[in-house]
Design a protein around this ligand. Structure first.
Ligand SMILES: NC(=O)c1ccc[n+]([C@@H]2O[C@H](COP(=O)([O-])OP(=O)(O)OC[C@H]3O[C@@H](n4cnc5c(N)ncnc54)[C@H](OP(=O)(O)O)[C@@H]3O)[C@@H](O)[C@H]2O)c1
Length: 360
């Protein structure tokens, strides 16, 4: 039987519980002090009056592009969701340094999640190449440790991985195809997959391609970062037209995570590796043109570059993921790219900001 959460989820009761080990140590290993038992903190914030759902999910990387959407999706669908971040954690999320195994142990044992969605990672290929040891600590060692802790309490772990585990020479890729990552980022994510499945045979690996969605800064996503080059049409801009990509909305991945978790609650055979992806194939040049089109902006200043890029980490030409395994389980959602990108980018439209400045 699953152990009960340390802190009762009932109204008011949570506030009367004893201090959690994490609180006694002054946090979950982050650089700032003062993190508390998440259930207790939530109950206090809510004045003890809300009914907290009984299904608990812990989300790592909840301050990141994908993690924010995953947190929202579970939170809005009758799950008791606790998100963890690191540098951006406070005030909304728990601050947990995933490299600190005591902090990880504490939050998992305090909160007793049924499900853990592990989104935290170093996901920028060029940063991984320049800081390989730090990236490996987070992407591999911390993932293995999290998987072991999840197994210890019988929680279902979803480890988010990438299409960059494939070399992109023979798409589309099924879950059973042999990975062959071209760059160090893909290698660390693949090693992370292995570390997770070795430490937790009931875990799931969810591989996804390039993401976009609601961003705090345009640079947060390899898709949204193109927006300024699109909207400043007085300057010509070179755009990669070599690598075939499948831009995927973080909201859709979040739905997949929730549906997978809910299916697993009913069916313990749901485990192992899964693929999810948008189904619109585009180069960066084509994405930039679609963005221009979505906002009625000119695209004649955008220049397609058809040669293989020579700077930065090597990328696969076409690592298209075959998603039929999840589709057959009835899992998935796909937002059309134009609708999704418009929703994500409108706050960054220069023209709109200009109008707001002048008239408000
Ligand atoms: N973005 C993509 O296009 C893409 C494509 C394929 C797969 N993926 C995979 O999807 C997942 C999510 O990616 P993302 O784009 O959402 O990443 P992201 O926006 O870069 O967020 C990274 C997250 O990791 C957290 N983090 C970093 N160091 C940490 C530490 N020591 N302890 C605890 N947390 C730490 C960050 O927290 P703070 O910011 O609070 O420090 C942040 O929440 C990753 O596994 C990535 O490999 C992403």
């Amino acid at each position: 039987a699953r152990p009960a959460a340390r802190t009762s989820a009932g109204s008011g009761g949570a506030a009367e519980e004893a201090e959690a080990p994490g609180a006694a140590r002054g946090g979950h290993g982050g650089p700032r002090e003062g993190a508390q038992d998440p259930l207790r903190a939530r109950a206090l914030r809510a004045g003890g009056d809300i009914e907290i759902p009984s299904r608990r999910v812990l989300i790592t990387g909840a301050t990141g592009l994908l993690g924010r959407a995953v947190f929202k999706e579970f939170n809005e669908n009758n799950w008791n969701a606790v998100g963890c971040g690191y540098r951006r954690a406070q005030p909304k999320f728990e601050q947990v340094n995933l490299l600190n195994s005591v902090a990880v142990h504490d939050i998992i044992h305090d909160f007793q999640p049924h499900v853990i969605v592990h989104c935290a990672a170093e996901r920028r290929p060029d940063v991984v190449e320049s800081q390989p040891d730090a990236a490996s600590q987070l992407n591999v060692a911390a993932s293995g440790n999290l998987a072991k802790e999840a197994a210890g309490i019988g929680a279902f772990l979803i480890y988010i991985s990438t299409d960059y585990v494939f070399d992109g020479t023979s798409p589309p890729y099924k879950e059973t195809d042999v990975p062959n990552p071209l760059n160090l980022y893909g290698k660390t994510k693949l090693e992370g997959e292995k570390a997770v499945l070795e430490n937790n045979e009931g875990a799931a690996v969810l591989r996804i391609p390039v993401l976009y969605g609601e961003v705090e800064r345009l640079e947060e996503s390899a898709v949204t970062v193109m927006f300024d080059k699109v909207q400043f049409s007085n300057k010509s801009a070179n755009m990669d037209h070599w690598q075939q990509r499948f831009p995927t909305n973080v909201k859709d991945v979040a739905v997949v995570c929730r549906q997978l978790a809910e299916k697993r609650m009913l069916d313990p055979s749901i485990k192992g590796t899964f693929h999810w992806s948008g189904n619109e194939q585009m180069t960066k040049y084509e994405m930039a043109c679609a963005i221009a089109d979505a906002f009625n902006l000119p695209s004649s200043h955008l220049r397609p570059i058809t040669d293989c890029p020579v700077v930065g980490a090597l990328r696969p030409r076409n690592a298209q993921l075959d998603c039929s395994k999840l589709e057959m389980l009835g899992i998935g959602q796909r937002t059309p790219f134009r609708a999704g990108i418009k929703e994500s980018l409108w706050p960054f439209l220069v023209d709109k900001r200009w109008r707001q400045t002048v008239f408000h």
